[in-house]
Write a protein that binds this ligand. Sequence first.
Ligand code: SF4
Ligand code: SF4
Length: 357
Amino acid sequence: MYQNSLCPTDLGIIMSYQCQCACKHCLYNCGPHWKEWMSLQTLREALQATRNWHHRFQVHLTGGEPFLNFSLLLEGVRLAAELDIPCYVETNAGWCLHEDDVAAKFATLREAGLNAILISCSPFHAEKIPPARTFLAIRKALDAFGQQGTIVYLPHCLEQVQLFDVGKTTPIERYVERFGLKHAGRMLWDGYSIISGGRSGYALGHLTHRRPAAAFKGQNCFLEIVYAHHSHFDLYGNYISWFCGGLTIGDWHNLPQVLDDFRARRFPPLVDTLIRCGPFGLLEMARAEYGYQELDEGYAGKCHLCVDVRRCLHQREKFVELQPGGFYEDALWPGRQSLAQGDAVGPNDPIQDTKKE
Ligand code: SF4
Ligand code: SF4
């Protein structure tokens, strides 16, 4: 029996995958093309589902970008306060254009019971959001929530993004031009502790050392899936362990059943393979049964390998574990439009830029 499995101390509620940014490092493939939002009823159910846990935890309301639906975000904060669940909110600050608007929204959330706000800051966000907006969000968050309630993720990136004009967005390539690929790679990929899942392995893999699939043999995902301290419930009912975007371990509407299954070591088949054998085990199955072909240029990490194999599997068959379906839509990915045709992914293929704010 697994003791205390699936006991996250920080649970994210993904209210939507919609985001104005579509960052290259996004683990959930978020962007403006996603249109759906959690209903208020589903949000209430998601928060109430956490009643099945009796350990100490907090929730964060997130996306996508949760401020794109401020009325739902506000209701979520109110509900969390009613249920006495410590809560913080994440934002990319892309909406922070006017001081009065930012101050008013933060004050409203604080009055509704919000404890803290996390503001994203990195050169990857700064490709999409002029850092001046990030700084405005930080100033107003300090006014509303104080030092303790203002979390900048990551603080050392404040200095990095000020290397360029903070009134504009700056492509990652400017860092490579200024510092060289090796130094920029250490600064950006290692400095941010990039996880290679989602888009990042494809769009940013050139910033790190790529290795063949065999290098990941023996690296299982037991801890990430079974003992994740950070997990997510999304608007479609997917329970996503750790940061494994596009992989559901069950439906959080049936949380008691999911918890029972994990205690009894009953895992969905693909999840079972990942827990025991990691993505290389998944690759062996996909190669034998679905004709998966390895990427010639290698993989930026085990999660890059995992996502690439899962994309192949999703194209070939309907696997219940590969959710939400929108995560796998070809149009969202940099390069490799059709895995079925065995197209290669260019190392520096740019993702389609979306809305420049
Ligand atoms: S701001 Fe966050 S949610 Fe939006 S695309 Fe970037 S990483 Fe993803
Ligand atoms: S390899 Fe896959 S299952 Fe394992 S941690 Fe990465 S994304 Fe999650």
